[in-house]
Design a protein around this ligand. Structure first.
Ligand SMILES: Nc1ncnc2c1ncn2[C@@H]1O[C@H](COP(=O)(O)OP(=O)(O)OP(=O)(O)O)[C@@H](O)[C@H]1O
Length: 652
């Protein structure tokens, strides 16, 4: 049950696939959430059911060590403390019942003249002691449990974040892995805590149950057996609904994702503009309402059935408890038991009944939580695909920056066509190359491959003659400054927005100011209320909003911040005004001095300044040469260049 990769619960892999595909019910179209009953392979015959129960128990028990490990990691003293307290709490009901019996017998003896009041006083004091102990253990258990909860949630979130920071880019781009990450980040941190709570409940109740059953055996082994067997049907019912609840969560996850998306479209500032303009608000709100209503209907059915069936089956346990109570009462009337025995056994019967319920709740809780834990461990078990080789090669020093693509091909996971197809070229050290081509030609992909955000599916990329896979990817990336099309606008101060480009020198103010000058954003920053220390973005208090072009200049400054031998710029001026763009390219020669520079641009007036131009067409290298050479060639580049030039001339 616990090993996802080994097949997991029946049909779980298939479910994951189906769950991932249910996203058509997005902005349009029907909303159909599959029924968890029909999607989970439910065994019909008794043998298969028994096997299923065995698997559930086995899986849950196997899940315990990893929760124990997490608890231990979160706090050793707290773990020891809570284990001891659980032991005490488990025994308290039995000790209480036994003390009550002794007290009752002492009272009867005193009434009948066979004893004095001294034992009564002592036993009353003992009872007081037990009650005090119970109160103290409850308080201490709460303290330990709450502290452990805090620490476990933090430990797991830390593990998830740490692991996510090491995973390859492609992991974040698949919708299945996206769900896995969201579940691991949001749902899973609470689950081990619930598992711990249920586990402790299970131990405590088992102790109570065991000691009470021992007491019952001394009266009648048959009654003890009834008490033991009666819970089994309830257990089966609970485990069945536990699995359904999990399946439903899985089925609902793409719908939840869609709901989050719809909500974001309406509630975030940068989407609200378009939502208002196109009058999409009521439509999106209605869509959200319809998906949430469908999801709620499924949940309501499950919650109702689960609890009704649970209550129905637990009647059996109640019946067993009542039978015990009646039997003992009749035995007392017949004079075969003392009044103290009656008190003891009544308490035992009640305790067994409640502990049976407690055992189920605890176990089914653990079973369900364990299924969620599987997703957490599946996420934590995902290996990063782009890692350093066992014996990474040191980067050449000094690095010249000669970039060679040798028959490089690359296809995105699941894509039908390659984004790059058999591309070969060499860029000489310290030269500037403009990459051009139509939308979707593969320009950004080329840059991403060079940074080793993906590995080529064919061919090799060489840096100073060495395959870049031989280097440690972190070391390699330190040799590159880059600005991507979808650059990040950090909701932080202006200085931090630039300083993050070189985390080792994040507070080097003179350098930050220099980068700001180079990107042409210094003057704007100096006009901010607290200049470089002004908070930007609206996530936090008093953040200032910048324009699209101003954010882009900050991203450029961030790229310049790192003094790396390779500079990669993906449409660095797409949001800049004509003057700012002109200034930037006028200075690019100086900015790119001594660095191998690749920039993507759709503006041919700037492209022609590059030493060489590389034209991609549908993932293939179509042309590579100087502006003059390519114009002479009169091919694709000449056509695109003339097209743009003609547009300007027409306007002129
Ligand atoms: N993360 C991704 N997952 C799957 N396919 C992708 C991904 N990124 C890009 N593609 C596909 O790869 C192809 C090349 O994309 P790329 O972004 O390299 O083009 P581009 O030349 O930079 O385009 P543009 O000029 O529009 O920026 C496109 O067909 C695109 O659909």
């Amino acid at each position: 049950m616990t090993d996802f990769r080994g097949g997991g619960p029946p049909g779980l892999r298939r479910l994951m696939r189906r769950a991932g595909k249910a996203t058509e019910s997005g902005l349009t179209g029907p909303i159909t959430i599959p029924d968890p009953r029909t999607t989970l392979d439910e065994p019909k015959d008794l043998g298969a059911r028994f096997k299923r129960v065995r698997e559930a128990v086995g899986g849950t028990v196997r899940g315990l060590p990893r929760v124990a490990r997490l608890t231990w990691d979160a706090g050793r003293l707290l773990t020891i403390g809570i284990a001891l307290l659980t032991l005490i709490a488990g025994l308290t009901p039995t000790v209480t019942a036994y003390a009550a019996k002794l007290l009752m017998d002492a009272v009867v003896a005193a009434i009948s003249g066979h004893g004095g009041t001294d034992p009564i006083v002592w036993l009353a004091a003992l009872q007081f002691g037990i009650f005090t102990l119970t109160a103290v253990t409850t308080a201490l258990t709460n303290i330990c449990q709450q502290l452990l909860t805090e620490r476990m949630v933090l430990t797991i979130r830390h593990q998830v974040m740490d692991h996510a920071s090491r995973l390859h880019l492609a992991f974040f781009e698949g919708s299945e892995s996206y769900d896995l990450l969201r579940q691991a980040d949001r749902e899973a941190p609470q689950r081990p805590v619930s598992m711990l709570t249920s586990g402790l409940g299970l131990i405590r109740t088992s102790i109570t149950f065991g000691s009470m059953i021992t007491l019952l055996i001394t009266v009648s082994p048959l009654l003890a057996l009834v008490a033991l067997v009666a819970p089994i049907p309830a257990f089966i019912a609970q485990s069945k609904y536990g699995a359904r609840a999990f399946t439903l969560t899985l089925m609902l996850s793409p719908f939840r994702r869609r709901m989050e998306y719809l909500s974001m479209l309406v509630t975030t500032d940068n989407h609200a503009k378009e939502t208002k303009l196109f009058g999409l608000g009521p439509y999106l709100v209605d869509r959200f309402h319809r998906i949430s209503t469908a999801a709620y209907a499924k949940q309501r059915k499950l919650i109702r059935n689960r609890n009704l069936a649970g209550a129905g089956w637990s009647l059996l346990s109640t019946f067993a408890g009542s039978a015990i109570a009646l039997y003992i009462a009749l035995e007392a009337v017949a004079g075969r038991l003392t009044l103290g025995d009656l008190a003891l056994y009544t308490a035992a019967a009640t305790a067994v009944q409640t502990s049976v319920q407690g055992l189920f709740n605890a176990f089914t809780g653990m079973y369900e939580n364990n299924l969620y834990l599987d997703t957490l461990y599946k996420f934590l078990g995902t290996e990063p695909e782009i890692v350093a080789p066992p014996d990474p090669r040191p980067l050449p020093s000094p690095l010249l920056g000669r970039v060679t693509f040798e028959r490089v091909s690359f296809s995105y996971p699941g894509a039908d066509e390659p984004a790059l197809d058999d591309v070969s070229f060499t860029i000489e050290p310290a030269s500037t190359v403009a990459v051009v081509g139509r939308n979707g030609a593969g320009k950004s992909t080329l840059l991403k491959l060079l940074c080793r955000l993906y590995d080529p599916t064919g061919g090799r990329i060489l840096l100073d003659g060495v395959d870049i896979r031989e280097f440690d990817p972190d070391e390699l990336r330190r040799q590159m400054s880059a600005m991507f099309q979808d650059h990040v606008s950090y909701h932080a101060t202006a200085a931090e927005n630039i300083g993050l480009g070189d985390i080792d020198n994040v507070s080097d103010r003179p350098r930050i100011e220099d980068s700001a000058h180079r990107a042409g954003v210094a003057e704007r920053i100096e006009r901010l209320p607290k200049t470089y220390d002004s908070p930007l973005g609206r996530w936090f208090d008093q953040g200032i909003s910048l324009s699209g072009g101003e954010w882009q200049k900050l991203a450029l400054a961030r790229a310049f911040q790192r003094d790396a031998p390779i500079l990669l710029l993906d449409e660095p001026t797409s949001a800049l005004d004509a003057e700012a763009e002109h200034e930037l390219f006028a200075r690019l020669r100086e900015l790119a001095h001594g660095r191998t520079t690749l920039y993507i641009s759709h503006r041919f007036s700037t492209v022609r300044r590059a030493q060489k131009i590389l034209l991609l067409e549908k993932g293939k290298l179509a042309e590579y040469g100087t502006h003059e050479e390519l114009m002479e060639l009169d091919g694709g580049y000449a056509e695109l260049f003339s097209l743009q030039a003609a547009a300007y001339l027409d306007e002129a």
